[in-house]
Design a protein. Sequence first.
Length: 148
Amino acid sequence: MLIRESDLTPIERRLVDEAMRIRPRAYAVYSNYRVGAAVADANGGIHVGANMEGADYTLTVHAEQHAMNAMRLATDAKAVALAFAVESPAESPSPCGVCRQRIREFAADLKMPIVAVSLAPDLTIARLHRYAFDYLLPHSFGPENLGK
């Protein structure tokens, strides 16, 4: 759903700011598709990540994966919200399937908000979209499918 900056909750605003702040640290020398991500955990922590490419692309780590991994390394708390920022020609960019599954693994609630920040060429916010996570990955496979 398309939203305005004024629609962001305080935690979403902080995540948007952090995703935009970390985005320049992305190592995207091959694709030039720089992504920054920030995730909030249930204990109030904020964890960031940026995409890191490898020449063979198999070693690439996406920003959302990077942020979720950083969160898991810092705490056992689950994710309660995530934002990512990218300059993309897509009307509404979204995490790839692999990132969606990583988010799923550590989400506290399948309704947790995901905020997509579309950046303009001057790196200001062009558009914001907010999704409930289960909209992006309906009928997902998670730990409870394995009895965990």
